[in-house]
Design a protein around this ligand. Structure first.
Ligand code: AP5
Length: 215
């Protein structure tokens, strides 16, 4: 199964996407995680991306399109869940071209949305494990031991772009560049809209019903 999750920063794409991909046995291709790994490894693409990410701007399309195509091809046989790609209409068109070239298709395109107040609360309180990348929230899903990952014991940190001023810019970029994807996808058969304002397990249940058709 191949799935796209799209929606604003902090809506829960990473939280729900990683859980769903694990349960379905497909690859979770999170563009932000792929870019952050490239920044840490100081690859050419990572060095090109860093300034844009720190400022909350989109990384140029040619950089992200080249990076994701390799990952999609590597995982096409097992199935994949795209989180954070595509992020504008140019990227959606590039994805359609890639899918056609390799005889692949998307089964479900899920637009997740929640009020801006929820997004701000979620992003300001987010904590991530430096070692395994698992996500927590200070209030909504706190770790058992402060500063320490429940899964692997790694150190928890706050993302550089989860500062209030950068979050405001990311939301602006979302409204200007990513929200138009709704027009692009909403008339396709694979399209679904998901209210992601509820608590995590309820949102996950609704997402799972969408992709499995059960319940
Ligand atoms: P990226 O890492 O993709 O960030 P984003 O899209 O801004 O999304 P987030 O990761 O912030 O949010 P999320 O929806 O995954 O929320 P999460 O599940 O973590 O991208 C970062 C940067 O990389 C971009 O700004 C850009 O520079 C660059 N980039 C990435 N893709 C690109 C592309 N295609 N083109 C160009 N540039 C690109 O949840 C957030 C918090 O809320 C967590 O703490 C979680 O525990 C909590 N939470 C989640 N769900 C709930 C719930 N239901 N109730 C309560 N708390 C919840």
């Amino acid at each position: 199964m191949n799935i796209i999750l799209f929606g604003p920063p902090g809506v829960g794409k990473g939280t729900q996407g990683s859980r769903l991909a694990e349960e379905l046995g497909i690859s979770h291709l999170a563009m932000g995680d792929i870019l952050r790994a490239a920044v840490r490894a100081e690859t050419e693409a990572g060095l090109a991306a860093k300034g844009y990410m720190d400022a909350g701007k989109l990384v140029p399309d040619e950089v992200v399109v080249a990076m994701i195509e390799d990952k999609i091809l590597a995982d096409a046989a097992a199935g994949f869940l795209l989180d954070g790609f595509p992020r504008n209409v140019v990227q959606a068109q590039a994805l359609d071209g890639m899918l056609a070239k390799h005889a692949l298709k998307i089964d479900h395109t899920v637009f997740m949305d929640a009020p801006e107040e929820n997004l701000l609360n979620r992003l300001c309180g987010r904590l991530i494990c430096r070692a395994c990348g698992f996500g927590f929230h200070r209030q909504y899903s706190p770790p058992l031991k402060t500063g320490c990952c429940d899964r692997c014991g790694g150190e928890l940190y706050q993302r550089d772009d989860d500062r209030e001023d950068v979050i405001a810019h990311r939301l602006h970029v979302y409204r200007e560049q990513t929200a138009p994807l709704l027009d692009y996808y909403q008339h396709q058969d694979s399209f679904h809209q998901l209210d992601a304002s509820g608590e995590m397990d309820a949102v996950y249940g609704a997402l799972k019903r969408i992709v499995t058709g059960e319940g």
